[in-house]
Design a protein around this ligand. Structure first.
Ligand SMILES: Nc1ccn([C@@H]2O[C@H](COP(=O)(O)OP(=O)(O)OP(=O)(O)O)[C@@H](O)[C@H]2O)c(=O)n1
Ligand SMILES: C[C@](O)(CO)[C@H](O)COP(=O)(O)O
Length: 269
């Protein structure tokens, strides 16, 4: 009689991959007014991008930061030097950041293209991706960790979000004849309690985000956020609580607020 065959062994558990943060930082900052590319403008004497890189690198989960720089050769070199110094913790305001690996790649003409270039640079062992605007320099580390943890817990796409302070009106699409500043007809008032304002970092299972960027063609100025692209594939997106300090620096008044938040953090207010 032959020996009984041993039960087939289950596959050994595969080690989880790494979490990377992709930081699109190639925007011009037109709404902020004339000056350097927005990511290189300073807050508390430190470029906005450096604050954003540190916030990502301080998160427990993040071991790789991919910065998508303004595409000009000099800008890529400047961004690489600034970020390398920030990750080495070289004594600039805001303290040191733990070492995370750094990659810097040139960006594209829209946010969608810039994020796609960041994704294309990711090494094979990354399985969770956080996409974070350089223009949200003051995001608390706890928000970054919460987003990463929700993806690790199984959600394919996770977005930090806050309820709205203002009521929102929907207007009719603009006609060519409409002049700037002319009264705009209102067509609806969506129920505010059912609306959320979304922030970054948005967290994704890498394969899901890659599929969204492969399948959603660039149209016009491109998608305004990555989670919206995932929704268009019919895949689930969930929200977790965002944070007031994760606001986007878009207009000049946002810079005033950001300086005040930073000063309060540093005990000056
Ligand atoms: N071609 C682009 C456009 C935007 N972004 C990045 O996407 C984030 C969100 O964009 P936004 O705040 O709108 O920045 P800008 O495009 O720079 O702003 P504006 O529209 O006022 O020019 C920013 O970190 C910005 O650097 C990017 O990487 N590449
Ligand atoms: C991704 C984003 O920050 C979520 O609020 C936002 O959509 C970026 O949009 P922008 O047009 O680049 O400001």
């Amino acid at each position: 009689m032959s020996d009984p065959q041993p039960d087939p062994q289950p596959d050994p558990p595969t080690a989880p991959g790494r979490t990377a943060a992709v930081i699109p930082a190639a925007g011009r900052g037109v709404r902020l007014g004339p000056g350097a590319p927005k990511a290189l403008r300073t807050l508390g004497g430190v470029p906005m991008l450096v604050h954003a890189v540190r916030a990502m690198a301080r998160a427990r989960a993040v071991s790789l930061v991919v910065v998508v720089a303004p595409p000009e050769e000099e800008a890529v070199a400047e961004v690489r030097a600034l970020c390398a110094q920030a990750l080495g913790g070289a004594g600039t305001a805001g303290g040191t950041a733990p070492g995370a690996e750094l990659l810097v790649v040139p960006g594209g003409g829209t946010r969608q293209e810039s994020v796609a270039r960041g994704l294309a640079a990711l090494p094979a062992d990354v399985d969770v991706v956080l996409v974070h605007d350089a223009a949200r320099p003051l995001v608390p580390v706890a928000t970054v960790d919460a987003v990463a943890a929700a993806v690790r817990a199984g959600a394919p796409a996770v977005v930090p979000a806050l309820p709205l302070a203002d009521t929102v009106k929907q207007i009719a699409p603009r006609t060519g004849a409409q002049e700037d500043g002319a009264p705009e007809p209102v067509v609806a008032t969506p129920e505010r309690a059912l609306l959320r304002a979304v922030q970054t970092p948005q967290g994704f299972d890498r394969a899901v985000l890659a599929a969204a960027h492969e399948k959603i063609a660039l149209a016009g100025e491109g998608a305004t956020d990555d989670a919206g692209m995932v929704e268009r594939l019919g895949l689930p997106v969930v929200l977790v609580p965002g944070h007031e300090e994760a606001f986007k620096v878009t207009r000049p008044l946002d810079l005033v607020l950001a300086e005040a938040v930073l000063a309060r953090r540093e005990g000056q207010l």
